[in-house]
Design a protein around this ligand. Sequence first.
Ligand code: NAD
Length: 482
Amino acid sequence: MQSSIPVHHEKFYIDGTWQKPATTLRIEVIGANNGELIGSVPEGGQADIDAAVTAARRAVEGGWSESSPAERAAVLNRFADAIEKRGDRLSRAVSMQNGMPLSLAEQLEVGYVVGLLRYYAALAQGLQTEERRHSPLGFDTLVRRKPVGVVGAIVPWNYPVVLSIMKIAPALATGCSIVLKPSPGTVLDCYILAEAAEEAGVPAGVLNWVPGGRDLGAYLVAHPGIDKVAFTGSTAAGRKIAEVCGRLLRPVSLELGGKSAGIILDDAKLDQVLPGLHFAAFGNNGQTCALSSRILVPATRYDEIVEALAELAKSLKVGDSLDRTTEIGPLASAEHRERVESYIARGKSEGRLVAGGGRPRHLARGWFVEPTVFADVANSATIAQEEIFGPVLTVIKYRDEDEAVKIANDSDYGLGGTVWSADSQRAQTVARRVQTGTIGVNGYVLDMASPFGGIKASGLGRELGPESLAAYQQLQSVYLTG
Ligand code: NAD
């Protein structure tokens, strides 16, 4: 972020240049820590999306899709360098917008992102796009992997940078171009990314950003110039997007909501579990899709573990997200806090409140909520089934491992989860039985080199790892019969 707050932008980064918006509408960004205006940007209109899609199409057809692996790798590496240089501004911009503790923003929204771009640069370098196969019918076939073309990408506000780069990196590695629509709540960070793209010499039209709301997102999804949609956000929006893409027969990847289980086994060592749960259950103030927000606790150690979870929640330092000692920052917006508080109100009739439940008294401004724990919750309760997306844990008692696995799997979602045990082999055996796209043993860290995504209502397709490249490619078989 520029040194003076609020920061105001007047243009969009489209076609490698800063272009005037088609409308006079503006998006105002309110700081999560204090409710004050921290910036504003133009709000995109349909004509801006049209311009961005046209530029993206020109880029893929004008040579980018035919560029060499070395060229794409160099672009990705230069982009990583340019983002790294802006790391301080970027992490502060994210933190001020959505309340992410600064130390986490530095780690994930900058450090991880830079690593991710370099990882995909290496993958781009080694990309095999043609394979000659001998057919059992006696001739050879050339199997080609071509870039899918122009990607329409839509991201939410909780990890605006990393979720964008999870789409940008494989798209660039495979030779696609992107039109990206960020969430209205987090639009300042994308200007820093655009500035980095410009400095890195990303070819014109390959990366374009048009901020706007859900109507603009819907326009992008259905745009005739889009070849593939990459979406991260709520399950409700994901279903609508999937319907449109189904009608259009347009490839789509969907990273959606979650309500994952953290299974604490009866031999778990609490001094190992509690620091791990700090991120795995409360990470980014609870505004993380894959959090273990349903904690499954063995009946034999129930009271001891509930007490320890309550103590953990009470011990977390809630404060200004820019303060490096803060562990839990504010929620992203006033509306989001209201939503989280309505779940807390509901939880008071569905469980026993053992920590939090209110607003921290020492913070008069900003969208803060105390880290909250409900014990004695039935897995069928609303607070155990619906995604709250705030620092609110529900604790559910189980009798034995079979019942723990059954409860973990009794969810509409299937995104993440964790298993905690002094015996990592035992935890792994339980983890294998949990029906989710990812799961952590004694912790939860997104491995950039392995596929990430969900099953059931948590989505379709995978991001990260070499696997995500396939989502940005289409196959062509050339039969060499004569
Ligand atoms: P949201 O679905 O309301 O919005 C996400 C983005 O989609 C925004 O940019 C929004 O403007 C746009 N959008 C909304 N409706 C749309 C539509 N019909 N057509 C096109 N675009 C549309 O979600 P949110 O509240 O911004 O984000 C929180 C949600 O994101 C949570 O459910 C969380 O679990 C999920 N999420 C999932 C992952 C994952 O990888 N699985 C990661 C982060 C967040």
